[in-house]
Design a protein around this ligand. Structure first.
Ligand code: FE2
Ligand code: FE2
Length: 284
């Protein structure tokens, strides 16, 4: 019936694409406002708390994936794993610089970073390598859908100073470029969708709990009690018609389909759009 002469589907071709390495610079100290997101202390605290978790979080992602490098025989995936590790390594480095800048504004980002390190270390002995990788896979999915949100909501990104916007746009682009790497490694070494879904749901709940807790810690460090306006604007930011949670709910749920693959949704045009305006100035 079918002679299997069909060319490789675009998403499969994209999935085999190399993961590039880029070196970036951001002038964080050019941003003077303390509440640098739309003058809203609550949203700024939320985003700062998230940024603070990236260096230890991404280190954990890389370790959980690279743990399996000796079990991967596909040379393309092995090369993608190296590109993924390199991208995450540079994200960690840049977010550490951002955290130092956030510290100068009273956001206690380095304390949150250490809190994240402790919580990852505490989970270590309780999880086997496959569970650890499954946790990375769902967090990479969450990162990738948040990345798409940022790259498709210019009005939201316009509420940030240049350095924060440039940092998050670059990070978002690379999260999309490598969004399938942890997933493909999981498929190669385990493929246990029940485990993936179970760990995925638990990890998401824990991630949300920690995000709320770390935002509260950040507000406490700032000594800031959000105003009614800040609460209202935050509710719109999260749950409004174009809000973050409203927008990512559907793509998040797709993770739990038994046939899900990150490149089922091809959003590589967002990477190409960023490259068109940024790549000439970047030296890999
Ligand atoms: Fe990252
Ligand atoms: Fe990532």
């Amino acid at each position: 019936m079918n002679a299997h002469t069909t060319p490789i589907a675009p998403q499969q071709a994209r999935n085999r694409a190399p993961i590039p390495r880029r070196k970036m610079e951001f002038d964080f100290h050019s941003a003077e406002e303390r509440f640098w997101f739309a003058n809203n202390g609550l949203i700024t605290a939320m985003l700062s708390a998230l940024s603070a978790t990236f260096p230890p979080g991404e280190k954990e992602f890389v370790q959980s994936v690279m743990h399996y490098r000796d079990q991967i025989s596909d040379p393309v995936l092995l090369e993608q794993m190296k590109g993924f590790a390199s991208q995450e390594g540079h994200h960690s480095y840049q977010h550490r610089q951002a955290n130092a800048w956030l510290d100068t504004k009273g956001f206690a980002a380095t304390d949150i970073e250490q809190d994240t390190e402790r919580s990852i270390a505490a989970m270590g002995p309780k999880r086997g390598p496959a569970e650890r990788l499954a946790s990375t896979v769902v967090l990479e999915h969450i990162t990738a859908i948040l990345a798409e949100y940022m790259l498709t909501h210019d009005e939201m990104m316009a509420s940030m100073p240049d350095a924060a916007r440039e940092l998050l746009s670059w990070h978002a682009v690379e999260e999309i470029e490598h969004k399938a790497v942890a997933f493909d490694v999981f498929e190669a070494v385990s493929g246990d969708r029940d485990l993936l879904h179970r760990v995925g749901a638990m990890t998401t709940a824990f991630f949300l709990f920690q995000q709320v807790r770390r935002t509260a810690l950040t507000l406490k460090a700032l000594g800031h009690r959000p105003t009614v306006r800040e609460w209202k604007d935050t509710a719109t930011f999260l749950f409004g018609r174009k809000g973050v949670i409203t927008s990512v709910a559907k793509p998040y749920r797709e993770f739990f389909s038994d046939t899900f693959h990150p490149w089922d949704h091809d959003n590589s045009h967002l990477v190409e759009r960023w490259k068109a305006t940024h790549e000439p100035a970047v030296h890999a």
